[in-house]
Design a protein around this ligand. Structure first.
Ligand code: C5P
Length: 400
C-alpha cells in the first residue's frame, strides 16, 4: 500500500535509468510522495529535471550542498522514508553498499536509512554473473535488503542474457508488497481469470469479452498480502503478476482439469473467470469450408467448475463472481446458494465503468449468511483488496 507513503527512489547510472522515470510515475499515481536521489553517473542518462518535474520534489544529487542540506539533509531524507528503492542499482552501487562504503549522497542515504530497501539490479550479463558481484548481492540479501532478480533478454550492449531491469510494473508490485500487511501469509489461494476459448475448428473459436483484469488484480493483491497464489488463466494479454504462478489454459475443459488438480491443496478459491457455458458439440479437424448459405452450430454444455467445487469442498473458502445484465441480486443469490459458495461478487456489467475490459468495477458482495456489502465504483485493484479483506476473515474463521 503505497498511498500516503514516503518513498526514496535512488537512481544510479545505467541505460535503464529511463525505466526509473516510468516507475516514478507509477509510484506517484499510487499516491506516494517520492524524493529522488541520483548518482553522478545517473545524471548522464536522464537529467534531474525530468525526475523533479514528475515527482514534484527537488532532486537530490550532492552530499555537500548547502541549500539541499538546509532544505532536507541526507540523514533526514533517509529517516523519513517508509521505503527506499534502488532502481537501477548498478554493480558499483551494490558493491559499495555491500562493503559499507558511503562516498556520495546515494550510498550515504542508503547506509543511513532504517526503512526497508528494495534493490533492483541492472547490468551486463557478464558483470551479473561475476562471482564478486554475486557475493556482494548475497551480502545485501543476508543483511535484510530485498533484492529483485533481473530480467533476461536483449541488453543495451547488444548481449542476450540476464541483467535487464525488470519492467516498472513489476518493480512497483514488489515495492507495494513490501509495505503491505501479510494477513494472508500461509494461505494458498487459487484464482481463475479471463475468458475461455471453445474451438470450432483449428482457426475459429467462441469466447466472450472478459479481459482477465479483475482476476489478475485479485491474484496480485493476494500475493502482496503474503498468500501463495496460483492463477489459472484463460487467454489474456496481461503480464504475469509479481509473485504469482500462472497456469495458462484455453478451454473450459482445460480450466476444469487445472483447477481440480490444485483444489485439494487450496485454502481459498476465487473464480473470477468468465467460463463459456457452452462449447461446439463437434470440433472440425480442418477449417470448416464456406458452402451452404446458412449454417447451424450445435452447442453442448460445459462443466460448471464452480458447482463441482461446491460439492467437493472441505474447508475451502469458495468465492464466485456473477456478471449479470438484469435482476442482479436475484441471480447472484441463486448462484451463491446453488453453487455452495461462501461469498459471491455480483456486478451489473451494463453499469457505467463496470464489468468487462475496463479498469474499474461496481460490485456488491453477498455472503452465505445473507449479509450484503455494497461498494462504490472503484479501481479493480481496490475491489480486489476489499474482496480479500472479506476472504481473510472467512479463512481465519474456518481455521479456528
Ligand atoms: O453461472 P455463471 O456462469 O453465471 O456463474 C459464474 C461463476 O461461476 C463464476 O465465478 C465463474 O467463474 C463460475 N463458472 C464456472 N464454470 C462454468 C461457468 C461459470 O466455474 N462453466
Amino acid at each position: 500500500m503505497l498511498e500516503n507513503k514516503t518513498v526514496i527512489l535512488g537512481v544510479s547510472g545505467g541505460i535503464a535509468v529511463y525505466k526509473a522515470v516510468e516507475l516514478l510515475r507509477l509510484l506517484t499515481k499510487a499516491g506516494a510522495t517520492v524524493h529522488v536521489v541520483m548518482s553522478k553517473n545517473a545524471q548522464e542518462f536522464v537529467t534531474p529535471l525530468t525526475f523533479q518535474t514528475l515527482s514534484g520534489n527537488p532532486v537530490h544529487t550532492e552530499l555537500f550542498n548547502l541549500y539541499q542540506e538546509q532544505e532536507i539533509g541526507h540523514i533526514s531524507l533517509a529517516d523519513r522514508a517508509d521505503l527506499f528503492i534502488l532502481a537501477p542499482a548498478t554493480a558499483n552501487l551494490i558493491g559499495k553498499i555491500a562493503n559499507g562504503l558511503a562516498d556520495d549522497l546515494l550510498s550515504t542515504s542508503v547506509m543511513a536509512t532504517k526503512a526497508p530497501v528494495l534493490v533492483v539490479p541492472a547490468m551486463n550479463s557478464n558483470m551479473y554473473e561475476n562471482p564478486l558481484y554475486q557475493q556482494n548481492e548475497k551480502k545485501l540479501a543476508e543483511a535484510g535488503y530485498q533484492v529483485m532478480e533481473p530480467a533476461t533478454g536483449e541488453l543495451a550492449c547488444g548481449w542476450l542474457g540476464k541483467g535487464k531491469l525488470p519492467e516498472p510494473e513489476l518493480i512497483f508490485a514488489a515495492a507495494d508488497a513490501m509495505l503491505t500487511a501479510k494477513d494472508l501469509s500461509g494461505c494458498r489461494v487459487l484464482v481463475t481469470a479471463g475468458p475461455t476459448r471453445e474451438e470450432l475448428d483449428p482457426i475459429r473459436y467462441l469466447t466472450n469479452y472478459s479481459s482477465g483484469k479483475m482476476g489478475y488484480a485479485v491474484a496480485a493483491a493476494a500475493a502482496a498480502r503474503g498468500a501463495s497464489v496460483t492463477l489459472v488463466s484463460g487467454p489474456t494479454s496481461l503480464q504475469t503478476p509479481y509473485g504469482v504462478e500462472v497456469v495458462p489454459v484455453r478451454s473450459a475443459e482445460q480450466m476444469r482439469a487445472a483447477v481440480l488438480e490444485c483444489f485439494a491443496e487450496s485454502d481459498v478459491v476465487i473464480k473470477a473467470a468468465a467460463v463459456a457455458d457452452y462449447r461446439p458439440a463437434r470440433r472440425g479437424e480442418n477449417k470448416i469450408k464456406k458452402t451452404a448459405d446458412e449454417m447451424t452450430i450445435e452447442l453442448e454444455k460445459n462443466p460448471d467448475i464452480l458447482s463441482e467445487l461446491g460439492t467437493r469442498k472441505q474447508e475451502q473458502v469458495l468465492v464466485g463472481f456473477a456478471a449479470e445484465t438484469e435482476s442482479l441480486l436475484v441471480h447472484a443469490t441463486e448462484k451463491l446458494q446453488k453453487k455452495g459458495l461462501d461469498m459471491i461478487v455480483a456486478n451489473d456489467v451494463t453499469a457505467e465503468g463496470a464489468g468487462f475490459d475496463v479498469d474499474t468495477n461496481l460490485v456488491r458482495f453477498l455472503f452465505a449468511d445473507g449479509k450484503v456489502e455494497e461498494l462504490d465504483l472503484m479501481r479493480k485493484e481496490q475491489v480486489a483488496n476489499r474482496l480479500l479483506d472479506q476472504v481473510a476473515e472467512l479463512w481465519q474463521a474456518k481455521r479456528q
